[in-house]
Design a protein around this ligand. Structure first.
Ligand SMILES: Cc1ncc(COP(=O)(O)O)c(C=O)c1O
Length: 380
């Protein structure tokens, strides 16, 4: 039995999504900017996807800009908003637990003369709203805070943060790459100005995403070229990808999210029954319904990943190598996890395709492998 539990990294494309997008490769392949029938067919499909995504977050279709994914959306949001609003101030606030696409966009702005504050989070990864309020200055032009954390699953109180930013008259961007479709989002009620989405985390193809840009928000475009996407993102639209993103958004139903959450809780409880284990991130309703991040004392997450991989169970770690990063997780460091527990951390991320049988199979193998690795270590 193969069990794929790395859905935080990427997901399989839903067969229904594949079915919906196939005609846009081979039959309905017109350029959405072309004036003929085939172009119009593509345009119509793109506009339908735009409506679906807008409706999901209570936005207007004209406020959705299609991009190549979460990384581009985050770059466009941070760098675009900073450069277009620099005349009002050069201060930006973000957190120490952002995805690298936000963190490194912020770092690039420091090199260009912006001042960036990376605020701390508590032991479960939550931003303290009072501390955030104290950091907002007259010259703060943008606050960027991740909604659902990709490593530890923490779901921030975006509504409180958004409304604070509104009160303080600063733009608010949130990276919802992991939370979009899993947690209800209402950009109006939550005071969100910019919001990033990625297709491949929700069973759409890789290489497509979106940025919600509240009407009237000033943003400097990144690419030079045609007038596509309301002049915010030049380049011929990825019609199959966009159709897939719309379809994947449409396919999410609450019943499946509830099932995922209950299997997620079962996995957490099962793994916490292993001696010397510790859950990273919150253990309540404020955790993404598909995320389990856990540290096993005395073992290397990398070894656990390799052993489980040899049994057909696919996960990721918070240590260096498998994530392709240079060092141990900055997110686990930010919530105060010690070096040993960072090295012993692994992440299991579920999808709505996961079954109870697969969760039981995984728990059984994790228990065996952890016991084995600890035994080998004690013999050494
Ligand atoms: C929270 C978060 N933001 C942004 C991204 C980047 O998205 P993409 O892979 O679509 O560029 C990821 C991907 O892992 C993510 O988890």
């Amino acid at each position: 039995m193969n069990v794929y539990l790395d859905n935080g990294a990427t997901t399989k494309v839903d067969p229904m999504v594949v079915k919906a997008i196939l005609p846009y490769f081979t039959e309905k392949f017109g350029n959405a900017s072309s004036a003929h029938k085939m172009g119009k067919e593509s345009r119509k499909a793109i506009e339908r996807a735009r409506e679906i995504i807008a409706r999901k977050i209570n936005a207007e279709p004209s406020e959705i800009v299609f991009t190549s994914g979460g990384t581009e959306s985050n770059n466009l949001a941070l760098r675009g908003a900073a450069q277009a609003n620099a005349h009002s101030g050069k201060h930006i606030i973000t957190t120490k637990i952002e995805h690298h696409s936000v963190m490194r966009s912020a770092n690039s702005l420091i090199e260009e003369g912006f001042d960036v504050t990376f605020i701390d989070v508590d032991k479960d990864g939550f931003v303290d709203i009072k501390k955030l309020e104290k950091e907002i200055r007259k010259e703060t032009i943008l606050v960027s805070i991740i909604h659902g954390n990709n490593e530890i699953g923490t779901i921030q109180d975006i509504k409180k943060i958004g409304n604070l930013c509104k009160k303080k008259r600063t733009l608010f961007h949130t990276d919802t790459v992991q939370s979009f479709t899993k947690v209800p989002i209402d950009v109006k009620k939550m005071g969100i100005d910019l919001l990033s989405i990625s297709g491949h985390k929700i069973h759409a193809p890789k290489g497509v995403g979106a940025l919600y840009v509240r009407k009237g928000t000033k943003l400097k475009h990144r690419f030079y070229g045609g007038p596509q996407e309301n002049k915010m993102r030049a380049g011929t639209e990825n019609t199959p990808g966009i159709v897939g993103l719309g379809k994947a958004t449409e396919l999410v139903v609450k019943k499946e999210l509830d099932k995922m959450e209950s299997l997620r809780s079962k996995l957490i409880n099962g793994l916490l029954s292993i001696k010397d284990s510790k859950l990273n991130g919150p253990n309540n309703g404020k955790r993404l319904c598909n995320n389990v991040d856990i540290s096993f004392k005395g073992i290397e997450g990398e070894s656990l990943l390799t052993y489980l991989g040899s049994k057909g169970i696919y996960i990721s770690t918070g240590s260096a190598c498998s994530s392709g990063e240079e060092g141990p997780s900055h997110v686990l460091k930010a919530i105060g996890v010690n070096e040993e527990c960072i090295m012993g951390s692994v992440r299991f991320t579920l999808s709505r395709f996961i079954t109870e049988k697969e969760i039981d199979h995984t728990m059984k193998h994790v228990k065996e492998v952890v016991a084995h690795l600890r035994k080998v270590r004690s013999v050494k």
